[in-house]
Design a protein around this ligand. Structure first.
Ligand code: ATP
Length: 512
């Protein structure tokens, strides 16, 4: 774990050094849990957005995208339940004065027990090697069973206390499990309190005329209130989806861990409207589809796992997270929720307007059920960055930092370099750049030795470096160096576009 945390520190400093992510308003010592994306970070972020948008909207003829306002009529948040129920249970340690989310403390405790089970299984694998039957071991080993039983008991208590808003019960569970503060090591806790996560502000400049409005804590409500606008104007037939990428704001109790948990972040959400009764089929469909989307990036299938929610949100009848193995361990990357007809029905009630769909096949009006997929763009960014960051020892004893980003997501697809600054090589390099720059974000670099320039591109994840040398002037060929295996091939300039395009085009991620 310690090594993993060091790894996160290294990633944070790499991200800053190369212009991916800066602490916000750094000259004033920064603002807690707020970050800015730099010149390369914004490119990577845009490419992640584009991968999501293309695969959700462009690749599905029954999904369309919108861009709704951050501010919404305040009644929206009454109807959605956020004013009354968008709370996290918080608890303070009296010795360290640190504040925690009580549910997160409990989840982390469970994760520790889960780790014990995995250790036991690993021991079994070592001991019995080939003859090891993992399923049988998990079903019969007394230590595994005891720990699994513990997890079930804790999860049961967590579910009942959290669902019943029994804060004293949550406190008692923390005490009974003897959970200590990771900073002070003490069990000296305050009571558990609820904390609403929405930021509010005043609308209107005339005193007395102002009313409280909220910064949206999720983008989904902008989709719900536009459900009929989109359905009617786009003549959409159920099942259909509405997608949106945009900022969301939450006054998080504990906002540590870099861009994993911020107070201002971006979500990529899609609400899929289905016939009542068909929601579980679509819930399974979207779980499957979304994990495939993640795995297509090639960061390693083992980096993902599903986690079913212990406590369902006020609007859901089924919910699962796709968790990713971040430098801090497995944590939520995306949520897939079966939101029933809760939101549309609430908006019908609060607005007094019908939000129904006429199903011509059933010859019937109904409020559709909704399956939502919701992924944090910043968490995707951290997942891609952390899984791609490597420090490699090379055969000649030297080291290199490399970001082996999925090529289609890399900020620059190609770096064009003249071997020297004379003999017409820079001019030729610019010709090559002009050939590619209309389709791909390219960079030009003529400073320092070729070795240094290659390292610089490795560190920012550029998949290809094209070197223009004296031979280029004679036969119109260049060398193309591959970031990952560092091999160079000589190709004719006429073939460059095809070679590069095959590897870096977003198409590579979108085709089945
Ligand atoms: P968590 O349990 O980690 O607080 P959540 O279950 O509240 O997350 P959702 O409401 O399901 O999150 O939001 C959907 C997605 O939005 C999450 O899967 C995550 O990727 C992203 N997200 C939520 N809160 C934050 C945040 N504070 N910073 C960055 N991304 C976030």
């Amino acid at each position: 774990m310690e090594q993993k945390e060091d790894n996160l520190k290294e990633i944070i400093s790499h991200a800053k050094e190369y212009g991916f992510v800066f602490p916000s308003s750094e000259i004033y010592d920064g603002l807690a849990a707020t970050y800015d994306y730099g010149q390369l970070g914004s490119e990577l972020k845009n490419n992640i957005k584009s991968y999501w948008w293309k695969s959700m909207v462009q690749m599905h003829d029954n999904i369309v995208g919108i861009d709704s306002a951050i501010f919404m009529h305040p009644t929206t948040w009454k109807a959605s339940g956020h004013v009354d129920a968008f709370n996290d249970p918080l608890i303070d340690n009296k010795d360290s004065k640190k504040r925690y989310r009580a549910d997160v403390l409990l989840e982390e405790h469970i994760e520790k027990i889960r780790q014990k089970i995995e250790k036991e299984v690993e021991k079994g694998i070592k001991k019995f090697s080939d003859s090891f039957d993992e399923a049988q071991f998990r079903a019969t080993n007394p230590n595994v069973l005891r720990n699994a039983q513990k997890i079930t008991e804790i999860e049961d208590r967590m579910r009942t206390t959290l669902e019943n808003n029994d804060l004293e019960g949550v406190y008692q569970l923390i005490v009974d499990l003897e959970i200590v503060c990771p900073i002070s090591g003490s069990k000296n806790w305050t009571e558990v309190r609820q904390f609403n996560l929405m930021f509010s502000t005043e609308l209107g400049s005339v005193a007395g005329d102002a009313s409280t409005i909220y910064l949206r804590p999720e983008t989904a409500q902008g989709i719900f209130v536009n459900f009929l606008n989109v359905q009617k104007s786009g003549r959409m037939k159920i099942p259909f989806g509405i997608a949106q990428i945009g900022k969301a704001f939450r006054n998080e109790i504990v906002a540590r861990q870099f861009i994993f948990r911020m107070r201002e972040f971006e979500q990529m959400e899609m609400q899929f409207f289905v016939r009542p009764g068909e929601e579980m089929k679509w819930y399974e469909y979207w779980k499957e589809t979304r994990i495939k989307w993640h795995k297509k990036l090639g960061l390693g299938d083992k980096m993902y796992r599903f986690h079913d929610h212990i406590k369902l949100a006020h609007y859901a009848n089924a919910a699962a997270d796709i968790e990713f193995d971040f430098p801090m361990g497995f944590k939520e990357l995306e949520g897939i929720h079966s939101r029933t007809d809760f939101d549309l029905k609430q908006h019908e009630q609060f607005s007094g307007k019908k939000l129904q769909y006429f199903d011509p096949e059933l010859n019937q009006n109904y409020v559709p059920f909704v399956v939502e997929t919701s992924v944090g763009l910043d968490r995707m960014f951290l997942a891609v960055l952390s899984a791609s960051y490597k420090n490699e020892k090379l055969e000649d004893g030297s080291e290199r930092s490399v970001l082996s980003l999925p090529a289609a997501l890399a900020p620059y697809k190609v770096a064009v370099m003249p071997l020297t600054k004379k003999d017409g090589l820079p001019e030729k390099a610019n010709e090559v750049l002009n050939l590619l720059k209309f389709d791909y974000n390219c960079t030009y670099d003529e400073k320092d030795s070729p070795g240094k320039r290659y390292r610089r591109q490795d560190a920012i994840g550029t998949p290809y470096c094209i070197m223009i040398d004296h031979q280029t002037m004679e036969d119109n060929t260049v060398t193309v160096r591959d970031r990952d295996n560092m091999e160079q091939i000589r190709v004719s300039i006429g073939d460059l576009y095809k070679i590069i395009d095959e590897k870096v085009n977003m198409r590579t991620l979108l085709v089945d």
